[in-house]
Ligand binder design. Sequence first.
Ligand code: DPM
Length: 331
Amino acid sequence: MEEGLFKYIRNGDGKVSRIFRIGTRKSQLARIQTDSVADKLKELYPDIIFEIVGMSTIGDKILDTALSKIGEKSLFTKELENALEKNMVDLVVHSLKDLPTTLPPGFTIAAVLKRENPHDAVVLHPKNVGKSLETLSENSVIGTSSLRRAAQLKKRFPHLEFKDIRGNLNTRLKKLDEKDDFAAIILAAAGLRRMGWENRISQILEPKDCMYAVGQGALAVEVRARDTDILEMLSVLNDGDTVLRCIAERAFLRHLEGGCSVPVAVHTEVKDSQCQEEVDERCQRVGVTTVKVGGESQDKAERLGIDLAKLLLSKGAKEILTAARQQNDAR
Ligand code: DPM
């Protein structure tokens, strides 16, 4: 791969067109997510050639340490951003929840796609089928390396124990099914669905039991901020409600100075659908609706997130988060 050069192809008619390269992590889930975005783009822009480039990230290479312990904020995104920087790829598809709330200078989110089910799900060891977190026996071990999930569920289900489990989704399901270490594991419903493993979901966790992570269930496309043409091209992928929710959630987490190593959870809803109609804008392209969320409602969403963070900080959130960070460092 040549650095610093865009990639072009000469068509049969002698014309030269640019190839747009989409960077992705190599895990099966990342590939599925990237393919789904690439398929949408190919359908919207049949004359443009998109090519997928797979890459490994720190998060993929370190498989034996809990995510929150590695201490690298942009675990899954750094290598992909390097590739963007060097023009080796033009766009990168991420799970929004893995994207730090502040991107390095020069990068921006071009689109946030319609959110899937954002909730967490319980996947049971086959021997426990028919049970729920509530009815699992005393001291059953639940696998998760998410501080957010463990913190909420420990409080709600004090009879359960929580232990780290790492690896990609395939590895985790294998560890669950083929060993006797875990009674159940907790995973994002969206990831399970995308992998085609919806049938393994025995319980979807309601917000009263476990709220989800900021951005969970939504895919985001990251690009070079200076590429205004690409930003314009990708804007059709935006889902208005998802954008508003994720702006509010990310502003909230940013203001709390959280990251993936602190137990912060959210639950958002767009209540005012009239506001949505105001911000819908029909695009000239045939058959395509561009949802350009108006600047004003985006500002409102951002302010909502910040105000909520301020409220929590005034009620002692800072001390709780500091203690959680120290506990995590000592693990
Ligand atoms: C982040 C967390 C996890 C991922 C922490 C959290 C889960 C880690 C674990 C920030 N990223 O949620 O509190 O369980 O040890 C990740 C998954 C998805 C994106 C897998 C999952 C798929 C769902 C989506 C890992 N990142 O959470 O089960 O696209 O939102």
